[in-house]
Design a protein around this ligand. Sequence first.
Ligand code: ZN
Length: 141
Amino acid sequence: MLGRIQTRDNLLKRRVLNTAAEALCPLCGLEEETCSHLLFSCRYALQVWYECYAWLGISTAQIPLLEVHILQFASTGGSKGQKLGEIAIWLAIIWSMWGLRNRVIFKGGEVDTAQMLEQIQLKSWQWLTARLVDFSYSWFE
Ligand SMILES: [Zn+2]
């Protein structure tokens, strides 16, 4: 949200990268890699978000802008524990997409949204199990 993630647009501004072509999104290769593009508007990011929304039973027609996304994602009501859970899942999604980006750049990985969803579910469960005292669900539940 502060624009400090070392996405390619920031690397270009800091002259780590030299050309606009070097600043293209590593996932789609169609637009400049900004934080907002990478995490919310890239076609691959959208696929991940829609898969996660389907998993969580959230219906939405449009993915909002970065600044309001977390607020909207975690505003479904419920208890404090439920909100913390929603925020943990949101962070797991963001962290997994950043990891995907880095695997594509540094290890020649490929985008697999079904595999991404599994990673997000596992990471969310691990974080919730570690952080919430009253979260007592098994992996299979
Ligand atoms: Zn892209």
